[in-house]
Design a protein around this ligand. Structure first.
Ligand SMILES: Cc1ncc(COP(=O)(O)O)c(C=O)c1O
Length: 322
């Protein structure tokens, strides 16, 4: 086996493990670390799966034309511009290895940003660097800061729009100009465990990516759920309202959440890892990052539990200059 690249990854503990460490039942754990919905969407019902279950013994011969068409309509592109994958992660790995190999450099526009980008560069055998990159990666809105930064002018450019629905801003109009947009059904659509993501790219680039993708990367059960979701796309308004309420409450406690265009808030703290550990021991995992903690916006009830925990925790402010 070729040696694996050195990279840091964050292994989120299983809910059962969090519960064990907190001394509570798994059902009492409230996760603020995954940037996913607090509950399953109403369209995710057994009936939505019945046709796919009746065909579960066969391969999805011919791919998933119905899904590519539905995504194309949702995103306002041609079906030939759609590339499917088992989550946005799978698509990011695909794009990275399609563009880069040993000796190549990939530029990563944001810092800090989504950890998988560094992993993807390493797995492609390439290096992270700004000197004559074969690909630039940008996260918009950026995870973990929530910022909707400027779109780099570099091409080819992968724009990770996992949180697009919350910002409403997309680079999709630039796909014929060397931009590859990557999105997911894990966040606003509430289907993280179904593992479906997609890229939107110019027709030639999309065809090359599809040639390099696994023959059947998505389960037909997941496809059925995504089609049900695309029938009634999510209303992110309540999440955005709750994000602003949570941010205001955090400010009243004396914390300084960064402005966010996504379903999470970054809170700069000097002792972020320590605060995250103490919250985990209360069954409230948040995501530590280099400059603080990142909190998933859930709903009023759950978020109030986290706010109560903050009121009894001492924290050391970070610079808030992200
Ligand atoms: C910026 C970003 N891209 C991609 C992903 C992964 O999405 P998926 O669940 O579709 O693999 C995440 C998940 O947290 C993310 O934050």
């Amino acid at each position: 086996m070729r040696p694996a690249p050195p990279y840091a990854s964050y292994d989120a503990p299983a809910t059962a493990e969090v519960a064990r460490r907190a001394g509570i039942a798994p059902s009492e754990v409230i996760r603020f670390d995954g940037n996913t919905s607090p509950s399953a969407p109403s369209f995710a019902r057994a009936e939505a799966l019945s046709e796919a279950l009746a065909e579960i013994h066969t391969y999805p011969h011919g791919g998933y034309p119905g899904l590519a068409e539905a995504i194309a309509e949702y995103a306002g592109v041609a079906p030939e511009s759609v590339v499917l994958g088992a989550g946005a992660d799978d698509v990011i790995l695909l794009v990275t290895r399609a563009f880069a190999g040993p000796g190549d450099r990939i530029a990563i526009a944001n810092d800090p940003t989504y950890a998988l980008f560094h992993i993807a560069v390493g797995l492609a055998g390439a290096e992270v660097g700004d000197d004559d990159p074969v690909l630039t990666i940008c996260c918009r809105p950026n995870n973990p800061t929530g910022e909707l930064g400027e779109l780099p002018s570099a091409r080819p450019l992968l724009v990770d729009e996992a949180y697009f629905e919350y910002s409403g801003v997309s680079a999709v109009d630039l796909i014929e100009d060397g931009v590859i947009v990557v999105r997911t059904f894990s966040k606003a659509f509430g289907l993280a465990a179904a593992r479906v993501g997609y890229a939107l790219a110019g027709r030639d680039v999309a065809a090359e990516l599809n040639r390099r993708q696994a023959p059947a990367p998505v389960s037909t059960l997941s496809v059925a759920l995504v089609l049900a979701g695309l029938d009634s796309p999510p209303d992110v308004g309540p999440v955005i309202d709750e994000r602003e309420r949570l941010a205001e409450e955090l400010r009243m406690i004396g914390l300084r959440p960064l402005p966010s265009d996504a379903n999470f808030l970054a809170v700069p703290l000097e002792d972020g890892a320590d605060v995250a550990e103490r919250l985990l021991l209360r069954g409230l995992p948040v995501r530590p990052y280099r400059d603080g903690i990142r909190i998933t916006v859930r709903n009023r009830g759950d978020d109030n539990v986290l706010l109560d925990a903050f009121r009894t925790l001492s924290t050391r402010q970070g610079s808030g200059r992200d």
